[in-house]
Design a protein around this ligand. Structure first.
Ligand SMILES: [Zn+2]
Length: 217
């Protein structure tokens, strides 16, 4: 009666941490970097926007600068669309249950509105694409509470305070030491509702150390 353990185990689930650095980290330790040209465009947008803010209102120089900003915006939009399409396709092809943080209740950066808005839009799009592809494939995308996902120890639940520049999660309670984004991705996965057996799938064995694989499209 009921599903056999093998059956339950065959549900593959994955937690996904989206970063401010255009990088996506999976709970199994894999990382997907956005292409270098995308990051270049993001930097260029910041520069062009700063220049725009210094131009006199109503001047022709301001208009010219405004067009430059629009052009970089468009480029970023297209590059992001391409990246998110490929990444969401890869995720849905590989995993039955995909878990993200709920961006609508996430406050990733304070006092850095430009970066925040860019990344919220980018990751919001990735999640939307993953959702629609998952629906078609009969898979699931779940959004979980983002509170403390980067501070909580995925090994023991202890809160380990660290600023954004600290890249390694080191827990004094249980001794767990791993990449901060991988730790966050595991916490995200652990908050999903798929069930404990499913949860274990797609999570690396943290006791054996880990290797972060890097992928680019
Ligand atoms: Zn711990």
């Amino acid at each position: 009666m009921g599903a056999s353990p093998e059956k339950i185990n065959s549900v593959t689930s994955i937690g996904i941490d989206v970063g401010l650095n255009s990088c996506v980290t999976l709970s199994n330790g894999e990382q997907f970097d956005s292409p270098i040209y995308y990051r270049k465009s993001e930097r260029s947008l910041a520069v062009q926007q700063k220049r725009l803010s210094k131009k006199k209102k109503g001047s022709s120089n301001r208009l010219i600068q405004k067009l430059k900003v629009v052009k970089v915006h468009r480029k970023i939009r297209n590059q992001r669309l391409d990246f998110n399409h490929k990444l969401s396709r890869a995720l849905v092809d590989r995993f039955d249950w995909i878990v993200f943080e709920d961006l609508s209740i996430m406050n990733m950066v304070k006092d850095h509105h430009l970066a925040k808005s860019i990344h919220d839009v980018a990751w919001g799009q990735l999640i939307q694409m993953a959702k629609s592809k998952a629906e078609k494939a009969g898979n699931f995308v779940e959004l979980v509470n983002p509170f403390n996902t980067s501070q909580e120890c995925s090994g023991c639940g202890n809160i380990v305070r660290k600023g954004p520049s600290v890249r390694i999660h080191k827990c004094p309670e249980c001794g767990l030491e791993l990449d901060r984004d991988v730790n966050a991705a595991i916490n995200i996965l652990n908050r999903c509702t798929v069930g404990t057996t499913g949860r274990a799938c797609g999570v690396m064995d943290v006791g054996l150390g880990y290797e972060v694989g890097s992928h680019s499209f």
